[in-house]
Design a protein around this ligand. Structure first.
Ligand SMILES: Nc1ncnc2c1ncn2[C@@H]1O[C@H](COP(=O)(O)OP(=O)(O)OP(=O)(O)O)[C@@H](O)[C@H]1O
Length: 631
């Protein structure tokens, strides 16, 4: 997600001489918010319910069956209780004495009591099943997002649409629990409503239309209110995310030193206030509009309800309905009226949740074409003898110029290649192409003649050990930080050997619990390392992997001279039997390479041994002289 300055369509906020605050660029949500019609809301609900049921079925069949059974049972018992009520009320109002009347209708009384108790029990059962299902559904939905994200090609992360959809989907997955609970509420209310409505219709046909008419304004108000608020929520999505970005950059540990040293807190807090102000204004406007709409709906509903009660009284007064039946009708009107209102409110909530579920489904659709589908061609178990690039170009998604432009190279097993060049020359990108992390836009990368575009990606990547430029400080124990959760058969002996080669043995020796020490620095018991110590761990990680293709992107940038010397000394020994590539800006280190490749704007500018490039006195020699003069 890129950050851009204010666009012409949204005027910049210039409070008291402050620079305009940034807006987030992409926002498909804004478009979505303007396209929400009430009809769209109504049409969406059945599909959403079906999606919730499918997700529930995949997650916990027993719970979803229990949920459906309890809800059907509760609806049947509601109808039974209402029917029994007629009998009981008839007994009460028509008998000379209430007690004998009740005794004569004992089965109806017992049925009424049992049905009422049973309904409450089944409602509770349905709620329990939904509560059991909801967290599992969240987990399942989130796992689908995680699975889709990890199955995608690495280059997908360079595509802003993928990243944007991914962020929205993560929020959407968290809402699936609400979806299950809202769906339970909706189906429960609908079932109750249907049961009560049937009884009302049997008692007098005019009652149901009256009742329905009285609830329509309430439904209209609730749905329109939800629509207004959801549209505002969508309009605010970009600003909400921007505010979160300001918040985390202002308070997180990674930036805490720069915030203080750069005395940036005031500036950042002002930005936070400006974005918050925008959010609050938008939200307040929407809340006012929604309240007006809902107020109108509620007022009309009050009129409708009064009319319904009036009609009931009129029916009794004119002798068109018996007093006993009127008692049941009164109960049924109340039951179905309340159920109708709950149905409407649950429906509007479900609609809101369904939009979040849309974000979730949208990401799964966006991620699909990015899914790694390369082929099944196998590469040699012991790694490639030769890696060949043929006219390789690579352009990042959305970029205008290629980062790699027509590269032809051979890298043989046992050979060490140093990639050098100015910032942005394309070194890291080429390293990712050689290892199959990226596929070329045009041209090919082949391992022993096998095009990586058609090779089994797991087979390829299992033969690669990579120290990326921005290595990860995993919040795991020191051991897992080196094994990456994949210990070798030799166990800790291999970990210690890799650590020694990378100069990380001293780091581990100083940890309070050795390899068991947690390096999750923000947690109690977690131990922090210095930048250079972390880099030694990252190099040890690559050495431990013992893979036939070793790629190290500026592996010693944070290391002291002794540690750097140690790594490059070990590298020569480790390179035997491997294809090794390292990227460095310290050109003196390239002496140990068998070949140096100098990149310039994505092209090979020079290539040769250290001595040859010095002899040529080209750009490599020029950079070398600049460094030597500086040192
Ligand atoms: N995600 C991206 N989207 C668009 N362009 C990118 C992206 N990542 C890198 N680039 C561009 O690709 C080019 C090559 O980047 P690369 O990271 O490979 O350079 P490098 O030689 O490793 O640089 P450095 O020495 O600074 O690490 C640069 O011009 C960079 O701006």
């Amino acid at each position: 997600m890129g950050l851009v300055s204010s666009s012409a369509s949204s005027p910049p906020v210039t409070a008291a001489g402050q620079p305009p605050v940034m807006h987030l660029a992409s926002d498909r949500h804004l478009e979505a918010s303007t396209n929400l019609s009430t009809w769209a809301i109504a049409r969406r609900l059945p599909g959403t319910l079906a999606a919730a049921t499918r997700l529930g079925w995949r997650t916990d069949r027993h719970a979803i069956l229990a949920l459906l059974t309890c809800q059907t049972g509760a609806a049947a018992l509601t109808a039974t209780a209402l029917a029994a009520t007629t009998h009981v009320l008839t007994a009460v109002f028509t008998a000379d004495h209430i007690a004998p009347g009740l005794r004569e209708n004992l089965p109806a009384v017992v049925t009424l009591a049992l049905a009422a108790c049973g309904r409450y029990l089944l409602d509770a059962g349905a709620l329990a099943a939904a509560a059991r299902l909801a967290p599992k559904a969240v987990r399942e939905a989130d796992l689908q997002v995680i699975t889709a994200a990890t199955a995608a090609e690495l280059v997908a992360y360079e595509d802003p649409d993928f990243e944007d959809a991914h962020a929205a989907a993560s929020d959407g997955a968290q809402k699936t629990g609400d979806l299950i609970l809202d769906a339970q509420l909706l189906t429960s209310a609908t079932a109750q409503m249907a049961a009560a409505a049937t009884v009302v219709t049997v008692l007098h046909p005019v009652m149901l239309p009256l009742l329905t008419l009285s609830v329509i304004p309430c439904a209209w108000g609730a749905v329109h209110g939800a629509r207004i608020e959801h549209a505002a929520h969508h309009r605010n999505l970009a600003d909400s995310r921007l505010r979160n970005v300001f918040r985390s950059y202002t308070t997180e540990r990674n930036t805490a030193d720069e915030v203080r040293a750069g005395t940036m807190a005031g500036f950042l807090i002002r930005q936070y206030r400006i974005v918050s102000g925008r959010l609050e204004t938008e939200q307040l406007k929407a809340t006012r509009q929604a309240l007006v709409v809902q107020g109108i709906g509620d007022a009309l509903t009050a009129v409708g309800t009064t009319t319904t009660w009036g009609a009931l009284i009129l029916l009794v007064a004119t002798g068109r309905m018996e007093l006993a039946a009127a008692g049941t009708a009164a109960l049924a009107v109340r039951t179905s009226g309340a159920a109708l209102t709950t149905t409407v409110l649950a429906g509007s909530r479900l609609f809101r949740t369904s939009l979040s579920l849309d974000d979730w489904a949208h990401f799964l659709a966006v991620a699909k074409p990015w899914t790694t589908r390369r082929g099944t061609a196998a590469v040699a178990e012991d790694g490639p003898h030769v890696i060949t690039t043929q006219d390789v170009t690579f352009t990042y998604p959305g970029a205008e110029r290629p980062a790699i432009d027509g590269i032809n190279l051979d890298l043989k097993r046992g050979e060490v290649i140093a990639l050098v060049g100015e910032n942005g020359a394309g070194k890291s990108t080429l390293a990712k192409l050689l290892t199959g992390l990226f596929l070329p836009t045009t041209g090919s990368v082949k391992w022993d003649g096998v095009d990586l575009a058609g090779a089994d990606p797991t087979g390829v990547l299992s033969k690669v050990a990579l120290v990326p430029q921005d290595y990860t400080r995993w919040p795991l124990a020191a051991r897992e930080n080196i094994t990456l959760g994949q210990p070798r058969p030799e166990g800790d002996a291999a970990v210690h050997a890799a650590a020694a080669s990378a100069g990380a043995d001293a780091v581990i020796a100083n940890l309070p619990h050795g390899l068991d020490t947690s390096l999750a620095r923000s947690w109690w018991g977690g131990h922090d390392l210095s930048g250079g110590q972390w880099q030694r761990i990252a190099v040890a990680r690559a050495f431990h992997r013992d893979a036939p293709v070793l790629v190290m992107d500026e592996p010693t940038a944070a290391l002291d001279a002794r540690a750097e010397h140690r790594i490059y000394t070990r590298l020569k020994a480790l390179a035997a039997g491997r294809a090794t590539v390292f990227i460095t800006h310290r050109l003196a280190n390239t002496r140990l390479a068998d070949r140096i490749v100098v990149l310039d704007q994505g092209r090979v500018a020079e290539t040769g041994t250290y001595a040859e490039l010095v002899e040529q006195a080209g750009s490599f020699f020029e950079m070398l002289k600049l460094q030597e003069d500086r040192d």
